[in-house]
Write a protein that binds this ligand. Structure first.
Ligand code: NIG
Ligand code: FE
Length: 418
């Protein structure tokens, strides 16, 4: 199977030499080629360039040709933080928040993550697979080609294993590249409210060995926050996760400055995510680390949180990734095109910075930047073709529009759009 896309108005985020991430002021640059071609063979990108340098077709066998005149071609988005395996929805809490309750107050009443845990307990694997596959297809049609999915609505051993087994099955069922994260430390279940240590012991001594034995998780994550898990608890859990082969990630400084970033840097986390309450100390710690600061504009938007200091972090020379946080409580959307718009409108990121943050840097945040996140020879052929639009800046500009016409995942044109 071969695909040739020709007459591309702009081929965006091309790389002659692959990079693993883009930092600081470099994020302002995107290499793109006007009037371009792109060649795909099997599941890989095998060539690209300017139409005027194109050498023509020597072998027509099994070749599909796509004319992309007046259309933009981009690498698919990489969404490095989601919770898309869940049961039911939580629009009731959304209405409660409109009427004045806060996210924290809803949690204290037994809602929030605990509400989703109740619903998940009652759902079977088949139902969870079916609803998650719908969401995966939805985000694929919105241009996402790789996604990380967390557990964390189980909070009991069997339910956490159920979530992670569902994610493992999704890896086989969906064309998307999927990474799995164990988030047993998402909240303290009601029965351990006054005995958090016992729940932490269960996470470390009972859940982790089973998860490792079945190879169910690539990463381990902790919600480091007041009323959830402290910095010290996060470090302990993440170090235990590492011993079981799970790389650390952290939900950090979302609702307050709670030490999540410092915990993440200390244990060598691949990413620290949210960052609404990041300060100078955290920025300094991140500067000399391998940890990718990741903002989740959908969650800050939906919960009306203060905005993470994206500009300050990039000006300090840090890389920045952006992910959707698709989940039923704080970001019921995985549309990365909308995340691009939020980046540009609310965070004053340029379209170039926003594209770097949602492609190569978010690929880094799930160890995929060697194979995903840019148009580069040898990388996986995950690309999308837009409708006729004037430039790539039109994508964040035209917020809420559906501008994607064709999606190619692992060298296959995805069909069956709903
Ligand atoms: O990333 N912050 C914690 N966890 C999720 C929200 C989960 C929920 O409300 O269901 C988040 O925002
Ligand atoms: Fe999250």
């Amino acid at each position: 199977m071969k695909i040739l896309i020709k007459n591309i108005k702009q081929l965006v985020q091309t790389e002659a030499l692959p990079r693993i991430k883009v930092t600081g002021a470099e994020m302002k640059n995107i290499t793109s080629i006007s009037d371009a071609w792109l060649a795909i063979e099997e599941d890989k990108i095998v060539g690209f360039g300017r139409m005027e340098d194109w050498e023509g077709i020597s072998d027509w066998t099994n070749l599909t040709i796509i004319d992309a005149s007046d259309k933009i071609v981009m690498p698919c988005y990489c969404d490095s933080h989601t919770h898309i395996v869940y049961a039911g929805s939580r629009e009731g809490e959304f209405v409660d928040r409109i009427n004045g309750l806060t996210y924290e107050q809803i949690f204290e009443r037994g809602g929030g993550i605990l509400n989703s845990a109740k619903k998940l307990e009652e759902a079977n694997e088949e139902e969870l697979i079916e609803s998650a596959l719908k969401r995966l297809n939805e985000i694929m049609w919105q241009g996402t080609g790789a996604v990380e999915i967390k557990s964390g609505y189980g909070l009991r051993i069997e339910a956490e294993l159920k979530m992670l087994r569902v994610i493992k099955k999704l890896k086989a069922l969906s064309p998307l590249t999927i990474k799995a994260t164990f988030l047993g430390a998402h909240a303290v279940p009601a029965e351990y409210k006054n005995d958090k240590q016992t729940y932490i012991d269960i996470i470390i001594n009972e859940m982790m060995p089973k998860i490792a034995a079945e190879q169910l998780a690539d990463y381990c994550d902790v919600f480091c926050e007041e009323n959830y898990f402290t910095k010290e608890e996060a470090i302990k859990i993440l170090i235990a996760g590492k011993k079981h082969g799970m790389t650390p990630k952290v939900h950090a400084e979302q609702l307050s400055n709670s030490g999540g970033v410092l915990a993440g840097v200390e244990v060598g986390a691949i990413s620290v995510d949210h960052l609404e309450f990041v300060g100078d100390k955290e920025i300094d710690a991140l500067r000399n680390s391998k940890t990718m600061p990741t903002i989740l504009p959908g969650a800050a938007f939906f919960l009306s949180l203060p905005l993470p200091p994206a500009r300050k972090m990039m000006d300090a020379g840090l890389a920045l990734a952006v992910a959707s946080d698709y989940n039923p409580g704080s970001s019921p959307s995985g549309n990365m095109n909308f995340m691009l718009s939020l980046c540009c409108v609310q965070y004053k990121m340029t379209p170039e910075e926003a594209i770097n943050a949602t492609t190569i840097n978010s690929a880094y945040a799930m160890d995929l930047s060697k194979t995903h996140g840019s148009i580069c020879v040898g990388k996986q052929a995950n690309v999308f073709i837009t409708k006729e639009i004037s430039s790539y800046a039109y994508i964040p500009y035209s917020f809420g529009s559906n501008l994607i016409e064709t999606v190619i995942i692992s060298g296959k044109i995805v069909t069956g759009r709903q």
